[in-house]
Design a protein around this ligand. Structure first.
Ligand code: GDP
Length: 440
């Protein structure tokens, strides 16, 4: 699977290897190949353009890490963006105490709905749940019998009646409640293609049975067309997720990479064979690894994470020294909260010395961060190093550049001075003294 995309990507990335330095030009050249590989793998055009744009912005803007081959940095960015494109995923099947949880499976005929219903029941049973299958596909000849056979094979009850699909689903859920099953899987009807009759039937079931989750079963072999199918179903039914089947065949990457980008609907599970135990959770990291087909990918990802950690520790150490020497500048201050934001701990911004004073009560720390960043960015290098030189005319210029009032600049610089003094004082204290000072 994914052979084409894997080969295309590794060719593109090979070209970047051994370049020594990455420039905007050779990054662009390498990414052209990545783009071609994605399009050849039948990934949606808009998704590809978006993806390449994101990788390029990150790659061009990135500091070259001294200890790492620049091409490896790009590989890591491509990997991270693939993961971001397909994730995040929530695999949890909800549970309720008062009634069975209802999962409605829908999709085109032949996508693998009936098989997947049974696979899902197997997975749930293995997790200690008590599933029931409902045979509501009265469209495809033999679908009910197929589900009954599968049910017997896996030891899961199958509810069926030959009235109509809506009644079948409603009564199936009632039966599950009566027999103390905790999760019901509705195997609904498909059509060869999307049509109004199908959508109306599904919408009716959705309205009357109110499933907890509506999951679309879609065949990976149809490539990026899967995204269009997902869009049509999502528009009609508000999908909670997709299950991508037949990934064991020679499906190209198109479906896996296009669905989330086009519809925003996550892929939750993947089918990797005809047998009932061939259902896996969809893990974007694993899929990105497969798509990139780099044997050493995880090595690279681990190495870069390690170096980034080292670097931020070195950086913290450096800043600590600056604080102690009293040479902490506004640049350092900006770098410090940037790091905190990068680490994804937005709430910490408010707790950072200096920042808390600069955030008016009730203001979103992220908005405050942007404001402060704007003010610092509008200063010259000299002003950032020595804010004392900021006089009236400089203040007006900075204020105009960052869209705030000159008085705010004055207040900010004043606060920074105070913060710097406190930090210097704290740096020379023992841990015990610091704690005493903070706790009053
Ligand atoms: P339905 O019409 O959507 O209910 O489709 P079925 O469940 O009958 O599946 C159609 C065909 O696809 C059957 O031959 C299944 O065995 C096959 N199938 C379903 N899922 C997978 C899968 O993940 N891998 C492979 N190789 N075949 C699958």
């Amino acid at each position: 699977m994914f052979e084409g995309i894997t080969r295309g990507l590794s060719d593109a990335l090979k070209k970047l290897r051994g370049r020594g330095r990455l420039t905007a030009d050779n990054i662009r050249e390498g990414l052209r190949e990545v783009r071609r590989a994605l399009l050849e793998a039948d990934v949606n055009f808009t998704v590809v353009n978006d993806f390449i744009g994101k990788v390029e912005t990150k790659a061009v803007g990135q500091d070259v890490l001294a200890r790492i081959d620049p091409s490896e940095q790009i590989i890591k960015i491509v990997y991270d963006e693939l993961v971001a494109l397909m994730g995040p995923v929530d695999h949890k099947i909800p549970q309720r105490g008062d009634r069975p949880v209802v999962l409605m499976l829908c999709g085109l005929q032949g996508s693998g709905k009936t098989t997947t219903s049974a696979k899902l029941a197997v997975t749930l049973k293995a997790a200690g749940r008590k599933p029931m299958l409902v045979a509501a596909d009265l469209q495809r000849p033999g679908a009910v019998e197929q589900l009954q056979t599968l049910g017997t094979q896996i030891g899961v009850p199958v509810y069926s009646e030959r009235t109509n699909p809506v009644e079948t689903c409603k009564n199936g859920v009632a039966e599950a409640k009566k027999t103390l099953c905790d999760v019901v899987i509705l195997d609904t009807a498909g059509r060869l293609q999307i049509d109004d009759a199908l959508m109306n039937e599904l919408k009716q079931i959705d309205r009357l049975v109110k499933p907890d989750q509506v999951l679309l079963v879609v065949d990976a072999m149809i490539g990026q067309e899967a995204a269009n199918v997902a869009k049509a179903f999502n528009d009609a039914l508000e999908l909670n997720g997709c299950i991508l089947t037949k990934l064991d065949g020679d499906a190209r990457g198109g479906a896996a990479l296009s669905i989330k980008g086009v519809t925003g609907v996550q892929i939750k599970f993947i089918g990797t064979g005809e047998k009932v135990d061939k259902l896996d959770e969809f893990v974007p990291e694993r899929m990105a690894g497969r798509i990139m087909g780099q044997g050493d990918l995880m090595g690279i990802v681990g190495k870069i994470a390690e170096i980034q950690k080292d670097i931020s520790q070195e950086e913290i150490q450096k800043q600590q020294e600056k604080i102690e020497k009293g040479t902490f500048t506004l640049d350092d201050f900006r770098k410090q909260f940037e790091q905190i934001a990068k680490m994804g701990m937005k709430d910490l911004i408010g707790a950072m010395p200096g920042m808390s004073e600069m955030i008016p009560a009730g203001e979103d720390p992220e908005v405050a961060l942007k404001r402060v960043q704007g003010m610092i960015d509008s200063m010259t290098k000299k002003e950032r190093k020595d804010p004392d030189i900021i006089d009236n005319s400089r203040r007006r210029r900075i204020a105009a550049g960052s869209g705030v009032e000159p008085a705010e600049i004055k207040q900010f610089v004043h606060q920074f001075d105070q913060v710097r003094a406190i930090m210097k004082q704290m740096a020379s204290m023992s841990m015990w003294q610091r704690l005493k000072m903070v706790s009053g």
